[in-house]
Design a binder for this molecule. Structure first.
Ligand SMILES: *Cc1c(COP(=O)(O)O)cnc(C)c1O
Length: 463
């Protein structure tokens, strides 16, 4: 170990490095403090390497490492990812990508001041709750509407505002866990409502609800089984039946019927070859007093919880103190309004990415996958195009798939290749199935194709 000391002495000082022209150029971009911190960290790293018997790096190598280090450190934690999984509303990958109109609206709301809580006509204080309200009323047929932070918050708020200390009757088959620890029975208890379970896991009859109604009843509740399917010997009352049961309560008057649709959709899913997901309009037409649904699932808008229903109930929810805690900001309202406008114009399928992806034809997906295969062949990589399935995801249409075509690669070490793809910029997330890497064009935005192909060539081209 005689030359360890000699190697240490070869290491330049932080000051000497800071005086180098290449480093001076970095000072403007990253700031002197960050550059000096990075140099200290890299020199520490080099000393540790020398101690283990390594050589001192030369200055050029140190500076190259410095640039890489600073670039890595200054990457935002939240960044774009290429979703090649074929799961359209991918909760881990940010759920719904937004339409061009929504993105523009968000940018313009972010750029200056706005009338978030200002009544332009009257020149006085206004309410943020006016903004998407009229559109939601028109689109759903509901008397009134309220937007909050997310649907979990919407459900909690509705129960807190309408059912504290009262009983909420719900079928045992609907005491579901949505994911991320959101369990309906827990939310109910947290809100201060009392859970009354009726029926059995697989079968609940209208009479089960009718028999459970009493003086303490605060609401009848239906929760959409978003992420699982029950098949076989299964039954539960329709929403219309629940409404009828509620309406028949003469004293102390009909309890509200609350319908948590989860994803919720304004468009019929059946024309796309999917089974019909209940629409918000159907729930309102069936007489639900309150309907809650998510902004960033099938609606294709930013994260939000939408509450629509009877004016009197929405009004008391709006005045509940929790509404202030769950309010949405101007960026969300801007993106939501622009998205809802697309539905009003009858342009949702053309303009909203979630619906564009649902509507993409197998032929168009095959053409894209074939094009990818040819591009890779041009770079000397062999791949296949296979038929496969995409899913809608996001707690909607469980077990349902859309036919698609997949680009399939069979690298010698699929896990290692997948890991390299996740290190690409932007990271690429696909599927691994039976030693194959699969990439579904359905969820890859057209403007991401070049980045995807470069990442594939770089990751698979490596040994
Ligand atoms: C997804 C979902 C929620 C939660 O909605 P978020 O927008 O994720 O907060 C609540 N209820 C049901 C039935 C759901 O599917």
């Amino acid at each position: 170990m005689a030359d360890t000391q000699a190697e240490y002495r070869k290491l330049p000082s932080v000051d000497a490095l800071l005086r180098r022209a290449e480093v001076a150029a970095l000072l403007a971009d990253f700031g002197p403090e960050q550059v000096a911190d990075a140099l200290r960290a890299l020199l520490d790293e080099s000393r540790a390497a020398i101690q283990k018997g390594g050589d001192a790096p030369d200055e050029a190598a140190l500076i190259a490492r410095l640039v890489e280090y600073l670039q890595q450190r200054s990457q935002p934690s939240l960044r774009g990812v290429i979703n090649a999984t074929g799961v359209i509303i991918h909760t881990n990958l940010g759920r719904a990508p937004l339409s061009t109109a929504a993105r523009q609206a968000i940018q313009s709301a972010a750029t200056g001041y706005n009338n978030l809580e200002y009544d332009i006509d009257g020149g006085e204080r206004g309410s943020r709750h006016t903004h998407a309200r009229e559109l939601l009323r028109q689109l759903t047929g509901a008397e009134d509407a309220l937007v909050v932070n997310n649907n979990a918050g919407a459900v909690f708020l509705v129960l807190s505002a309408l059912c504290v200390g009262k009983e909420v009757i719900i079928s045992r088959g609907e005491l579901v866990e949505i994911g991320g620890g959101f369990r309906i029975p827990d939310v109910l208890r947290q809100s201060g409502a009392k859970l009354v379970e009726v029926g059995t896991t697989n079968r609940t009859h209208p009479r089960d609800f009718a028999q459970a109604i009493g003086e303490e009843t605060g609401a009848l509740m239906r929760v959409h089984a978003s992420n699982f399917q029950q098949i076989g010997f299964v039954t539960k009352p329709s929403l219309a039946e629940l409404v009828q049961i509620a309406q028949s309560v003469e004293w102390p008057g009909p309890p509200p019927v609350i319908d948590d649709l989860g994803s919720g959709t304004l468009l019929d899913t059946a024309p796309f070859g999917l089974s019909p997901e209940p629409t918000v309009q159907q729930s309102i037409a069936a007489g639900a007093d309150i309907v809650t649904f998510s902004g960033d699932k099938l609606l294709g808008a930013p994260q939000a919880g939408l509450i629509v229903g009877k004016a009197e109930l929405i009004d008391s929810i709006r005045r509940h103190p929790l509404t202030r805690a769950l309010r949405v900001d101007k960026l969300i309202l801007a993106g939501l309004e622009a998205t809802l406008q697309a539905y009003r114009r009858g342009k949702a399928v053309e303009e909203i990415p979630v619906w564009q992806m649902i509507a993409a034809s197998p032929e168009s997906l095959r053409a894209r996958a074939e094009n990818w295969r040819e591009r890779l062949a041009g770079a000397g990589l062999s791949a296949e195009v296979l038929s496969g399935q995409s899913t809608v995801g996001g707690g909607s249409l469980p077990g349902e798939t859309l036919p698609t075509f997949l680009l399939a690669l069979t690298p010698p070490h699929p896990d290692a290749t997948a890991a390299r793809l996740r290190q690409a910029n932007p990271p690429v997330v696909g599927r691994i199935q039976q030693e194959r890497l699969l990439f579904d064009p359905r969820t890859v935005l057209p403007e991401q194709e070049e980045a995807l192909l470069s990442a594939l060539i770089a990751a698979v081209g490596q040994p």
